[in-house]
Design a protein around this ligand. Structure first.
Ligand code: SAH
Length: 369
């Protein structure tokens, strides 16, 4: 009966709005990122795009439009979409957006709970857990997914680490309060890194488990993961907060009715890959999008739009994504890639014998020839 299981309030009329809901350019550039990785790894015969927490399905829809535009390039490649979604309500909205609502529930031939065909003819499958997604060369995508997973909170005290717990307030009717555990707990013993220097820490073990799974798959089967979220690189402390109707909301009030979120600790994600993959980032959203050619894409859309209202809307949404005081600085991009994608395994021995490795798009400056 959680917030997302009942629908989640994404969009103007809900509790929060996300980048793909703001501008089509966001998803288009992410689509290009995957195509670029697919080309750089020698155009494998098939790839899966696996999205964790697809929300209303807008991001995948924009990516599928890019794949369709590049249909001649992808004509010999077997592409399929795999959505990991726990919310029955949101999976219905995704099905409507991506397939027009023509889906089959509990298909017998598959571990998915639902399947359908996209408007552009690509098969789409839905799962509750990333573990259910069949193995194989895959591109993973998680946008504003990890911040939605539950965290543990810890406070350093003179007596050592204590866990922040939720208790019933004995003085105020129908109210919860935060308390500190009187002694250490299994979580303080297991989730605090010995080298931790902060006094207050939030740890999301679920994120750690999922990253380990993705890293194992990418190490074994190839592909890449692109993770975008607001977050930090192991520096922030108390970031747990709630949103209701686009306004900050007391996290303990009316549980299940507000979006609860905590910044993603990318240093923790990096640690949880256990060196199985290389990692790139986190880099700021405005840098990543700039490196992906957001300015060029905006110019094309502006040139193609006939009315002033559309042009103004394009400029406003560009500003929302890129402005450092809006989403440009607080959102970050982070990638997992097979080690061989960044360094030739035998580079030390024969440095001149191989062609240079193609740079990974988005994480370095875009050079136009
Ligand atoms: N990526 C989308 C939506 C982000 S909201 C966007 O950018 O617009 C978070 C999404 O994660 C929702 O689709 C929610 O239902 C899903 N979600 C939350 N917890 C999950 C879990 N444990 N497993 C799978 N999906 C989950």
């Amino acid at each position: 009966q959680g917030y997302y299981t009942r629908g989640g309030g994404i969009g103007e009329s809900g509790d929060f709005v996300t980048s793909p809901e703001i501008s089509q350019i966001f998803g288009e550039l992410i689509g290009i990122w995957y195509i670029s990785e697919w080309i750089a790894t020698g155009k494998p015969k098939a790839f899966r795009l696996v999205e964790l927490g697809p929300g209303r399905g807008t991001l995948t829809d924009d990516i599928l439009r890019v794949f369709n535009q590049l249909a001649s390039l992808l004509s010999k490649c077997d592409v399929s979409i795999h959505l990991v979604e726990v919310s029955p309500k949101l999976s219905e909205i995704q099905a409507l957006m991506l397939t027009g609502g023509k889906v089959q529930s509990n298909p017998e031939d598959n571990s998915a709970y639902m399947k359908g065909i996209s408007k552009t003819g690509i098969p789409i499958f839905w799962y509750k857990d990333v573990q259910d997604v069949p193995a194989g060369y895959s591109f993973y995508l998680a946008h504003e997914f990890f911040d939605a997973l539950p965290i543990h909170k810890f406070q350093r005290t003179e007596k050592g680490w204590r866990e922040v717990l939720v208790d019933i307030d004995p003085e105020v009717h129908d109210q919860l309060r935060f308390v500190l555990s009187p002694s250490s707990t299994p979580a303080t013993e297991n989730f605090i890194q010995p080298e931790e220097t902060r006094d207050h820490v939030e740890v999301c073990p679920d994120a750690g488990v999922i990253i380990q799974r993705l890293a194992c798959r990418i190490e074994k089967e190839g592909g890449a993961a692109l993770i975008a979220d607001y977050g930090h690189d192991g520096t922030k402390t108390d970031t747990f907060r709630g949103f209701h109707n686009h306004k900050l909301h007391d996290v303990l009030r009316a549980p299940g009715t507000a979006d609860l979120t905590a910044d993603v600790d990318f240093s923790y994600l990096r640690k949880m890959t256990q060196g199985r993959t290389a990692t790139l980032g986190p880099i700021k959203q405005r840098e990543f999008l700039k490196n992906m050619g957001v300015d060029l894409r905006l110019q094309v859309l502006l040139q193609n739009s006939r009315d002033t209202a559309t042009r103004e809307q394009l400029l406003r949404s560009y500003d929302m994504l890129m402005n450092p005081t809006k989403m440009g600085d607080c959102f970050n991009f982070f990638a997992l890639l097979p080690h061989h994608r960044l360094v030739h395994p035998d580079k030390k021995h024969k440095p001149e014998s191989k062609s240079p490795i193609a740079p990974v798009a988005g994480f370095g400056e875009l050079l136009l020839k």
